[in-house]
Write a protein that binds this ligand. Structure first.
Ligand SMILES: Nc1ncnc2c1ncn2[C@@H]1O[C@H](COP(=O)(O)OP(=O)(O)OP(=O)(O)O)[C@@H](O)[C@H]1O
Ligand SMILES: [Mg+2]
Length: 328
């Protein structure tokens, strides 16, 4: 079967000299919900823009549904739907009218469009609101309407750039449920970007993590976490000091202790986290090191990011939510 998306050393350097995307190679299979994750300024929008023919790659290549995006942008465009970061619905039109406009833009005749729009409004739970102006829609309803507009022409691949940005956790969970439901109803591959690692962890079939334009890793969320191996033991001493690394590494079962995170906590990968806690407490006690906290847990995608980059993921996400623009 043709891959839904295939890129080979895809890259984009803007005329300003910014290398926004560098050597990105990935494959998305048909029918997957693929999460493209990364912090603020990582290169998500630039990548999605190249895949949707909005921007031309400056190096490498990409195929969407088997078609080269640089050579046949028109053919690619007919096969894809695209929903951008910002709302595009017309406030003074009704939901149905918005979909009629979208259908017209995609070249559907009114006779083709009418039944398709009715079906979509139904599937997306917008049937009752179809003939009301969009101005009165809730955030969730708008999102669904934008998606409907993006798939009115029955594309094979749907691209969503940060579709859950600004929604609360419940709204985000509902949105994903809705995307999964959509995929169950029709043959559709979904490629979406997000900076929420936790939601992609729970809901995407596979993900890639991108940082500073470079792909860090690709796989199912479970695979990425399993690659870290076992559990994560987090030890936070009461006071910063240099002796603790040596003490921890002397405990059987602890091999490598990473440098402390900004919160002062040391993380280490161990086979069975819970069972290590008493040894850590004993060893530190014997060495006269006072501990603030010791905890064990299974790794999260945040840990995957931290392990691969040496940086916390959250600080980036917080900056984004506080409305800061791209970090250097
Ligand atoms: N038109 C442009 N000209 C020059 N540089 C750009 C342009 N658009 C984006 N960049 C830069 O390219 C890099 C990647 O930006 P991009 O928008 O692709 O990231 P992103 O992952 O989508 O970020 P965000 O989470 O903020 O949406 C950033 O350093 C950004 O400042
Ligand atoms: Mg973006």
């Amino acid at each position: 079967m043709t891959d839904a998306i295939r890129t080979d050393a895809l890259g984009k350097t803007y005329p300003t000299g910014t290398v926004a995307v560098k050597d990105v190679t990935l494959t998305v299979r048909p029918g997957e919900i693929f999460g493209f994750l990364g912090p603020n300024g990582a290169g998500k929008t630039t990548t999605i823009s190249m895949l949707t023919t909005v921007l031309r790659p400056t190096s490498g290549r990409a195929e969407v549904d088997g078609i080269d995006v640089a050579r046949y942008p028109g053919r690619v465009r007919r096969r894809i739907g695209l929903v951008f970061q910002r709302s595009t619905a017309d406030e003074v039109l009704t939901g149905r009218e918005n979909l009629e406009v979208a259908a017209g833009l995609y070249g559907l005749s009114p006779a083709e469009a009418r039944p398709r729009i009715r079906e979509l409004l139904d599937h997306l739970d917008l049937g009752d609101a179809a003939d009301r102006r969009v101005r009165g829609y809730s955030g969730g309803m708008r999102r669904r309407l934008e998606i409907a507009a993006g798939i009115v022409h029955s594309p094979r691949i749907l691209f969503l750039d940060e579709p859950t940005l600004g929604l609360d956790p419940q709204g985000r969970a509902e949105f994903w449920e809705f995307v999964r439901d959509l995929r169950r109803r029709q043959e559709l591959t979904v490629f979406l970007t997000t900076h929420y690692l936790d939601e992609a962890d729970r809901l995407a079939d596979r993900i890639s993590i991108i940082d500073h334009g470079q792909l860090l890793t690709t796989g199912t969320p479970g695979e990425l976490k399993d690659r870290l191996g076992g559990d994560l033991l987090v030890v936070r001493p009461a006071r910063a000091g240099d002796g603790i690394v040596r003490v921890l590494e002397s405990i059987p079962g602890i091999a490598n202790v990473d440098p402390p995170a900004p919160d002062g906590a040391y993380r280490m990968h161990v086979a069975r986290g819970e069972s290590m806690v008493p040894s850590v407490v004993r060893a530190c006690d014997a060495a006269g090191i006072e501990l603030a906290t010791v905890s064990a847990r299974s790794p999260s995608l945040d840990d995957v990011f931290l392990t691969m980059t040496g940086r916390e993921y959250r600080e980036n996400a917080d900056a984004l939510e506080n409305g800061h623009t791209h970090s250097p």
